[in-house]
Design a binder for this molecule. Structure first.
Ligand SMILES: Nc1ncnc2c1ncn2[C@@H]1O[C@H](COP(=O)(O)OP(=O)(O)OP(=O)(O)O)[C@@H](O)[C@H]1O
Ligand SMILES: [Mg+2]
Length: 265
C-alpha cells in the first residue's frame, strides 16, 4: 500500500489515484430535497473518457439523486458539475437542454417508444443533432441516418430486429436498443442508473459487457449506479462509494476487493 492510500484510509475517506484528464468533474456537490434532510454534501469525484465509473452504496444513500444531479435532472443545492469544458451548473435552462443532447441515459426502466420500431427508436438518438422534421420516423429519415442507425444496432447485436416494434422486445433487448440510441446520439458520456436491475443474470452481464466494451473502444465516459457488486467489480474501472451522506470510497477497481465492496454496505 502506498503512502497516499494509507493516509486516505486513515482520514476515513479512501481516495486513490485520481483519474487523468477528467471528462466529468463533480466538485463540492450537495443536495437536500425541499430544504429537508441532507442527502449528500461536499461530494467530489471525477470520471475520465474511456472508463466505467460505478457509484455504489446502500439503498437510499442518494446514488440516483447524485447521478441525476450530474446532469441537473435534479438540481443540486451547491457545487459544480463540469462535462469537458462545459460548466453545467452555470447554464440557463435552454443551454442545459442543448448540452444534455451530448450525454446519453440508460435507465432502469427502458425509455423506448413502444409503438415505434426499434430503428425509429435508435434514430431518435440523432434528434439533438438534427432539427429536421420527424427524422425519428424511419420512413422519413434520410438514407445516411438510417444506415447509421443500422450500424448502431449492429454494434449491440440487434440489427435483425430493426423493424420490430419496441414493445415486442425482451427487457435485455430493450436495454440494448437504449444503448444503440446512445451510440446514435454520439454521446461523449453515458449515465446509467442500475441498467441491469430488471434483467436476468445473463442479460445483465451482456449489458455490462457492452457498456464496458463501448466505453473502452469508443473512449466513452460511463457513470453508472450499480447494486450488483460482482458487476461493479468486474466491469468498472473506478468505484465511488456513497454512504452516510458523503463519498467514502473513490478508487480504481484494482484497489478494491470484491469482499470489500460487499462490506461497503
Ligand atoms: N423527489 C424526491 N423528493 C424528496 N425526497 C426524495 C426524492 N427522491 C429521492 N428522495 C429521497 O432521497 C434519498 C435518496 O434517494 P435516492 O433515490 O437517490 O437513493 P438511492 O441510493 O438511489 O437508493 P436505491 O438504492 O434504493 O435506488 C431517499 O431517502 C429518498 O427517499
Ligand atoms: Mg437509486
Amino acid at each position: 500500500m502506498n503512502m497516499g492510500m494509507a493516509s486516505a484510509i486513515e482520514s476515513g475517506l479512501r481516495t486513490v489515484a485520481k483519474p487523468a484528464t477528467p471528462l466529468l468533474s463533480v466538485t463540492s456537490l450537495s443536495k437536500c430535497y425541499d430544504g429537508q434532510e441532507v442527502i449528500f454534501r461536499d461530494v467530489n469525484f471525477e470520471a475520465p473518457k474511456g472508463q466505467v465509473v460505478s457509484i455504489i452504496g446502500p439503498n437510499g444513500a442518494g446514488k440516483s439523486t447524485l447521478l441525476r444531479c450530474c446532469v441537473r435532472l435534479v438540481e443540486p443545492d451547491s457545487g459544480s458539475v463540469k462535462i469537458g469544458q462545459c460548466e453545467l451548473t452555470a447554464l440557463s435552462h435552454r443551454q442545459l437542454v442543448k448540452a444534455r443532447t451530448r450525454v446519453g441515459f440508460v435507465f432502469q426502466k427502458h425509455q423506448l417508444i413502444g409503438r415505434m420500431s426499434v430503428l425509429s427508436n435508435v434514430l431518435h438518438g440523432a434528434l439533438g443533432r438534427h432539427s429536421g422534421p420527424r427524422l425519428w420516423a424511419q420512413a422519413l429519415a434520410p438514407n445516411d441516418q438510417r444506415e447509421a442507425a443500422y450500424q448502431c444496432l449492429q454494434q449491440v447485436g440487434l440489427q435483425d430486429l430493426a423493424l420490430r416494434r419496441a414493445d415486442q422486445l425482451s427487457g435485455g433487448q430493450s436495454q440494448r436498443v437504449a444503448v444503440a440510441r446512445v451510440l446514435m446520439q454520439r454521446s461523449e458520456m453515458v449515465f446509467a442508473d442500475e441498467p441491469t436491475a430488471s434483467l436476468d443474470p445473463r442479460s445483465g452481464n451482456e449489458i455490462m459487457e457492452l457498456l464496458q466494451r463501448l466505453s473502452h473502444e469508443q473512449n466513452l465516459g460511463v457513470l453508472m449506479v450499480s447494486h450488483d457488486m460482482s458487476h461493479a467489480h468486474t466491469f468498472s474501472d473506478r468505484i465511488v462509494g456513497l454512504r452516510d451522506k458523503s463519498v467514502k470510497l473513490n478508487a480504481p477497481v484494482e484497489y478494491c476487493s470484491l469482499s470489500e465492496l460487499k462490506d461497503f454496505f
